[in-house]
Write a protein that binds this ligand. Sequence first.
Ligand SMILES: Nc1ncnc2c1ncn2[C@@H]1O[C@H](COP(=O)(O)OP(=O)(O)O)[C@@H](O)[C@H]1O
Ligand SMILES: Cc1cn([C@H]2C[C@H](O)[C@@H](COP(=O)(O)OP(=O)(O)O)O2)c(=O)[nH]c1=O
Length: 256
Amino acid sequence: MAAFHLRNFGVLAVRRSLNLGLNISCKRSVRSIRMENGNNCNLMGASNESRGALVVFEGLDRSGKTSQCGKLLSYLEGLGHSVELWRFPDRTTSVGQMISAYLTNKSQLDDHTIHLLFSANRWEKRSMMEAKLKAGTTLIVDRYSYSGVAFSSAKGLDFEWCKAPENGLIAPDLVVYLDIPPEKAAERGGYGGERYEQLEFQKKVAQHYKLLEDSSWKMIDASQCIEDVEKQVEEIVLEHVVTCQKGKPLSSLWSC
Ligand SMILES: Nc1ncnc2c1ncn2[C@@H]1O[C@H](COP(=O)(O)OP(=O)(O)O)[C@@H](O)[C@H]1O
Ligand SMILES: Cc1cn([C@H]2C[C@H](O)[C@@H](COP(=O)(O)OP(=O)(O)O)O2)c(=O)[nH]c1=O
């Protein structure tokens, strides 16, 4: 009887928190839900527990991600939230150091190999990510799986092949896409010497990013001044932090 109540409560919590018009696929034990867009969304763990939000920033090089992540961190901390700033690639791990050597042209790697290293760099942080979110810490993440797919597929690798190794990573609650014309991004402070910082390549990346847009994305015009972008980011993010505090279940890529 107790188990029945618990499951039932889980169903109600899912209905309330997702607010997206969905069909529960299994009422006895909520494992997946069907979204309006027809995709299945795999849920992980109990659905009614308060948790932190996974907020990902994506965009071209120089779109303003690092600036906005820093500002958002201060804003949420100022409101008393538990929050951490992460970034991918995480160059501090041994995998991350191989990635860094590649990006700075100190090593050469086959395109498939570097793609899998970027993905491995996310997988090595996955369990820590889940633990932090479940402990109530909101994670602001500068680049995630969308960068992985957009950059590698822009080189000509098969789009679905690029998505496959990301399957099972934690799905962001919100992807803030800082949208900027590649030419305008290139004007900002100039590109450094890293491998992908070339206008023609960034144009291709922008096209591939757009193929990844789903209901978790919010597009923000990143050509606006820093303060205007900042205000819009704060509003959107706060809404998602509150939803996660109320018990929105975690889900995994690429199911939503
Ligand atoms: N909205 C903006 N308007 C003008 N310049 C910006 C804006 N956002 C960031 N910048 C500047 O552009 C450069 C790149 O910003 P950064 O946050 O490092 O981008 P990213 O992390 O996406 O590469 C920095 O010199 C930063 O000060
Ligand atoms: C996370 C990630 C980044 N990248 C690319 C995007 C960037 O050009 C580069 C390094 O990312 P980053 O250090 O975030 O660069 P920036 O601050 O200029 O945005 O690695 C991939 O190709 N695949 C990935 O999975």
